[in-house]
Unconditional design. Structure first.
Length: 270
C-alpha cells in the first residue's frame, strides 16, 4: 500500500452533525458524524440529485449543508438510494413528501416498499417506522443523465443482493456506497449478500478508470485502484476463512437436519 498521504478535499462547512466537503466541481460529500452513511450532492446542468440521504434524524443538519451549497431540498430532482439499509435511506421519506423522485435498484425497491425490516436493519437504527416510496426502479445499464454528468448504473451485489454503484466514466467519479471504501475497507456481507458476489463486483470496479472514490462511509479517496485491489485481497481472505469455518463445524452433520426436512417434504407427494 502506498505511503503517501490522502488528498485533502476542502471542507466547506461543518456543524455538530455533519460536514460539507467538496469532492469535485459541483459534487459534494455530506459526511455525518454518527452512524449514518454519507450523502452526495451532484449538481448537474440539467438536473440535480442526491445519492443516499443518511438517517432521518440527520435530515435538519443535511438541509443546512444543502442550503450552504445553494441547493435546498426543493431543488433536488431525484434521490438515488444505493441499497436498502436504513443508514443510507432513512431520510428519503422527507423527499417523498416533496415529490422528489426516489430511485433504487428493483431488488432494493421491493424490500423498501414492502418494509422488510430485517433486510433494512431497522433494529440497528432508532428510525421512525414510516413508508418510503420508490418511484423509479433501476437496473444494470441505466443511465442517469444530469447534463454535465452521466452516471452509469452498475449492479454490484455482495454487501446485499440489491447494491448499485454509479460511475461517471468521463470524470472518473465512482459512487460505490458500501461496496468499496477508502483503504480497501469492506462494508461487510449482510442478509441477502454474498462474499462471492462481492468479489465479482469488486473485479468489475477494478476494470474502471476511476479517479475519485465516493463511498458510503468515511473520507473521499483519490486512490480507488489501490483501494479496490486491497478490498479484493481481503474478500478472498474472508472467503477462505469462511470455508475453514464450515470445515470446523463439520458441514455434513449440521446440514443433516435440513436434508431430513427436505426428505419429509418430498413424502407429502407420495
Amino acid at each position: 500500500m502506498s505511503e503517501r498521504k490522502p488528498t485533502a478535499f476542502p471542507i466547506l462547512m461543518k456543524n455538530d452533525t455533519c460536514s460539507l466537503i467538496q469532492a469535485a466541481d459541483d459534487v459534494y460529500q455530506i459526511r455525518f458524524s454518527n452512524r449514518a452513511a454519507n450523502a452526495y450532492l451532484v449538481r448537474g446542468s440539467a438536473r440535480t440529485i442526491l445519492i443516499d440521504v443518511g438517517l432521518s434524524s440527520n435530515y435538519p443538519a443535511m438541509v443546512e449543508c444543502l442550503n450552504f451549497a445553494g441547493c435546498p431540498p426543493e431543488k433536488i430532482d431525484m434521490v438515488v438510494l444505493s441499497h436498502e439499509h436504513l443508514d443510507h435511506i432513512g431520510a428519503a421519506w422527507h423527499f417523498n413528501e416533496r415529490r422528489t423522485y426516489v430511485a433504487a435498484h428493483r431488488l432494493a425497491a421491493n424490500k423498501i416498499m414492502l418494509r422488510d425490516d430485517f433486510s433494512m436493519l431497522r433494529k440497528m437504527f432508532n428510525e421512525p417506522n414510516v413508508p418510503i416510496n420508490i418511484d423509479i426502479w433501476l437496473e444494470e445499464g441505466n443511465l442517469i443523465d444530469l447534463g454535465n454528468f452521466r452516471l452509469n448504473v452498475m449492479y454490484t451485489p455482495g454487501h446485499t443482493s440489491a447494491c448499485i454503484t454509479l460511475f461517471d466514466q468521463d470524470k472518473g467519479l465512482l459512487f460505490a456506497a458500501d461496496t468499496l471504501m477508502p483503504g480497501g475497507v469492506m462494508g461487510g456481507v449482510f442478509g441477502s449478500g454474498s462474499i462471492a458476489d462481492y468479489i465479482q463486483s469488486l473485479e468489475r470496479i477494478k476494470g474502471l478508470n476511476a479517479k475519485i472514490l465516493l463511498s458510503g462511509h468515511g473520507r473521499l479517496s483519490d486512490t480507488p485502484q489501490e483501494d479496490v485491489r486491497t478490498a479484493i485481497a481481503r474478500s478472498h481472505g474472508l472467503l477462505e476463512d469462511t470455508a475453514q469455518l464450515f470445515d470446523a463445524l463439520d458441514a455434513r452433520s449440521n446440514f443433516e437436519p435440513i436434508m431430513q426436512s427436505v426428505r419429509d417434504l418430498n413424502k407429502l407427494d407420495d
